[in-house]
Design a protein around this ligand. Sequence first.
Ligand code: AMP
Ligand code: GLY
Length: 420
Amino acid sequence: MKILVVGSGGREHAISKKLLESDAVESVFCAPGNDGMLGDGIKTCAISENDAVALIEFAKEKAVNWVIVGPEVPLLAGLVDDFEKAGIKAFGPSQKAALIEGSKDFAKQFMKKYDIPTAGSESFTDYEEAYLYLQQKGVPIVIKADGLAAGKGVVVAFDMEEAIVALKDMLLDSKFGAAATKVVIEDFLDGEEFSLMAFVRGAKVYPMAIAQDHKRAYEGDKGPNTGGMGAYSPVPHISQTIVDEAIQEILLPAAKGMVAEGRSFSGILYAGLIVTEDGPKVIEFNARFGDPETQVVLPRLKSDFAKVIDALLHDQEPILEWEEAGVTLGVVLASAGYPDAYAKGKEITGLQEVQAEVFHAGTKRAEEGDAYLSNGGRVLLVSATADSITAAQEQLYKEMKKLDNPDFFYRMDIGTKAVK
Ligand code: AMP
Ligand code: GLY
């Protein structure tokens, strides 16, 4: 098979690399990909993930068997529909199905309708009305931009002033543009979070091993929300009972509900969950692989990944077998300043000395020599697999140390919640 992966991050690096492990795969193209993928035999091509016309032309020219679309922006723009219209099979949600991720308001209404456990909420477009609701609810409270905001459109406010600033930023000052002409104000939930991703095919759900992301920028879950600063899989302190409950009460009804709504798809359903006293509840749904979760979950898949996707795209049962032993931990190296403004083009010193698996995200080869330069907020992820979280941390942070450089930062406590 020849396969096209759309996207350029660490997630797409992990997806492409896993596909190449398959005996059934001849070539993996990644558009636009990143320079760090080349070393793994992935063929990158300089087409934007948002250029549907050029992507279709490329897919036809290379005669690819099918396409996987990684990131949410092209999914919400309808890239899977575009491929399908052009007669090319694509793994991922249609534009209609991607709305479960693209509109938090839609997702909340959907959950209410199908009785899927989540925090209570109301949606607003009017600042005054939202302000009154806020006063009535009090803090802590969560304010969310309705649309896509790269994981940054969520403010968990512990004081009223902070909540009002968030509301103003979104509804009055257009800080998130069109993504926040509507906001969801959600009850604050307390508990341990985990990510449960599943392959879905219509109402059928095939869960993956669970992972835990670290969304805040700094240690101890401080600082602003980011796309994710590190992850590990599996999550030993989340019991199988909780996972099973989440599959039964959340993933299955969600997949079924999407079919009932005429939004059926073959792709990934990602539930961001929080374990409350009343069981797991949904924080967010995504309709794609998580980043950085994918970088720690996919390497643990023992079955042939390409065959799994191929089966799903041909309406057949996939074979899924996961590594049970040990744990995989991944730490993100980010540009200083991320998730706010940051510089690009900084040399990633020490990279050649790192003896661990590296998934590149925002990297670029220097014009001369073999150095890599930064080219994004999240630069790369380093991962390690070991018998225990502490062993993986020890192994990994020894390698991360080689990347110490004031132009970058990383969290020192990825996985620590699992060892407390
Ligand atoms: P989201 O982008 O919706 O996943 O939210 C980002 C982060 O904000 C989550 O990982 C949680 O840590 C936090 N968060 C979101 N919604 C809630 C909530 N209702 N209660 C508590 N924390 C939340
Ligand atoms: N790591 C969270 C996400 O992919 O949205």
